[in-house]
Ligand binder design. Structure first.
Ligand code: HEC
Length: 140
């Protein structure tokens, strides 16, 4: 009987934790959605949650003073807002592929520094943002 009650407690706790994590994720996604709709701008926008992830996990190799020449040449985040609409759409398309395939950060770096990998939530936030931005820019 005691074991049964302990087990029940454990199951309940796990349920509550899973529920809280899920809710937090939904909250973030809703915020991004609202932000992206409310900003009635023509170009790509970077909501705060998205920017935080990019700064933490994607900026190092893709900034003007990055040591990685190849990465720097392929993408510099600070140039994105200056692209024209066509370039921005094409960039979002590339970004979507890269995220869906889990190509970034590159495997070599993730093997060396596992903490640099995008976790599931970060990946979902970025993918949702890219999809919403593509949808929004389509009309322009
Ligand atoms: C350790 C360095 C490093 C980090 C961190 C990194 N990248 Fe990259 N990225 C590269 C390199 C190197 C390339 C060029 C790959 C190639 O051309 O083969 C690249 C290319 C890209 C491209 C262009 C792909 C194409 O073929 O058009 C995109 C988009 C991109 N990265 C997005 C990201 C995102 C999003 C993140 C964060 C989740 C990220 N990168 C983090 C090194 C990095």
């Amino acid at each position: 009987m005691k074991t049964y009650i302990k087990l029940l407690g454990l199951v309940l706790t796990l349920g509550i934790v899973a529920f809280t994590v899920k809710n937090k994720e939904e909250e973030t996604l809703t915020k991004i959605k609202e932000k992206s709709i409310e900003q009635n701008q023509t170009g790509i926008t970077f909501p705060k949650d998205v920017k935080a992830i990019i700064d933490a996990k994607c900026m190092n190799c893709h900034k003007p003073d990055a040591r990685n020449e190849k990465a720097k040449k392929k993408l510099q985040w600070e140039k994105v807002p200056k692209m024209n609409l066509k370039e921005q759409k094409s960039f979002l398309g590339d970004l979507s592929e890269v995220l869906e395939d889990g190509e970034m950060p590159p495997e070599k770096m993730v093997t060396r520094k596992p903490e640099m990998a995008l976790n599931l939530e970060e990946n979902r936030v970025l993918i949702t943002w890219v999809e919403l931005e593509l949808e929004r820019l389509k009309g322009n």
